[in-house]
Design a binder for this molecule. Structure first.
Ligand SMILES: [Zn+2]
Length: 368
């Protein structure tokens, strides 16, 4: 939360409801937001212990602006300012989920202020998943994916089997590693002691990966102690005059060993088949590109795969996960693989034509 300074012009249309006010640039959008507001707030109050009765003022903005000439970073889709105002980004593809997330921040009674920032963020995400997400598996997996990257990425193997009849067979396992190149920000143990909200985000100490880890930790606490149990920690910290819940209370409630190098395995080994499938779907195009390169290098130059790819099997297995995911059952994977193979074939044909024309000179100059 940030203190509210000088004025930004509000969106043109304001709608007042029993719960609060919504503002947008057109009335149809304002009405949609009003419906969500009236649906989400009572559900948040029913689910989360320790909520207030304050009326939110929700603004939908093209660019999120706290002050007239200052907008927030592009990866921030919502922000709660002071005690009443919530700013949301019009182009957010998870607008309803983000609105719910911000309404949770807004609804929390003062005792919740003892939560470290990333645990409060995790709580908002956990509530949003339960009452606002259109596809809970997709919502969960996108956060768990972020948490895995915070833990240094994840590993697995691609299992490729090709039965080309008389031309022979291939059966191979190719190591697979997923890492992203986002800035790491504060180490996770340090992040768990921060209670600065958006200031830490602006300063690069906290990012979406930390929020994702917060979500995963909160989910573990909710599984063991429910929302009441998490609330009890916040109340106990207030009773003991602490500014923030100590990290060891959080590790204890989430049944997490303090050594965070083990957390990645703890996350991965509990993934369900549906979650691993969804994770594979988010990785589909990059895995398909790698698979196409492998096939192009390992199949005889004159060998053409059948259009339905019926002679190949490609599956993904992540380290510490027992499920094998059939990648060819994922349409995005098939589509990108076919496109890549097609483009390799075009390069091959062009290379053949060029090689016939001027073999020595041109055939070495084609990048591959
Ligand atoms: Zn938040």
């Amino acid at each position: 939360m940030l203190p509210l300074a000088c004025r930004v012009t509000p969106p043109a249309v304001a709608l007042r409801t029993d719960i609060g006010t919504v503002r947008a640039n057109d009335s149809a959008t304002a009405e949609r937001l009003a419906v969500w507001l009236e649906e989400l707030v009572p559900r948040i109050r029913a689910l989360v212990p320790g909520t207030n009765e304050l009326s939110p003022d929700v603004w939908l903005q093209t660019r999120i602006r706290l002050r007239p000439f200052e907008s927030v970073p592009d990866n921030v889709n919502g922000i709660t300012v002071g005690n009443d105002r919530i700013l949301l980004r019009e182009s957010d593809r998870e607008l309803r989920e983000t609105m719910c997330h911000e309404l949770v921040h807004h609804s929390l009674a003062p005792e919740w202020e003892t939560l470290p920032t990333i645990i409060e963020e995790g709580l908002c995400e956990a509530v949003s998943e339960r009452i606002a997400a259109r596809d809970r598996t997709r919502f969960r997996v996108s956060r768990l994916h972020g948490a895995l990257h915070a833990f240094g990425g994840f590993r697995g193997e691609l299992l490729i089997a090709i039965d080309a009849g008389e031309r022979g067979a291939i059966r191979e396992s190719i190591p697979f590693r997923a890492r992203d190149d986002q800035p790491a920000g504060a180490p996770i143990h340090d992040a768990l002691t921060l209670r600065g909200g958006m200031h830490d985000v602006f300063a690069g100490r906290l990012g979406t990966r930390h929020y994702a880890v917060g979500y995963w930790i909160v989910e573990r606490i909710l599984q063991r102690r429910g929302f009441e149990g998490l609330h009890d920690l916040a109340v106990r910290a207030v009773d003991e005059d602490r500014e923030t819940i100590p990290s060891d209370w959080i590790y204890d409630a989430a049944a997490l060993p303090p050594d965070s190098t083990t957390w990645s395995r703890l996350l991965v080994e509990r993934l369900t088949f549906a979650e691993v499938t969804e994770l594979a779907r988010t990785l589909a195009s990059s895995i398909a590109e790698r698979t196409a390169i492998y096939l192009d290098r390992n199949l005889p130059a004159d060998y053409r795969l059948t259009p339905d790819l019926s002679e190949i099997e490609i599956s993904l297995r992540l380290v510490d996960v027992s499920h094998h995911i059939d990648l060819l059952a994922i349409s995005e994977f098939r589509k990108v693989l076919a496109e890549q193979l097609e483009s390799f074939e075009r390069i091959e044909r062009r290379r053949a034509v060029l090689a016939m024309a001027k073999p020595r000179y041109l055939s070495t100059g084609v990048a591959r």
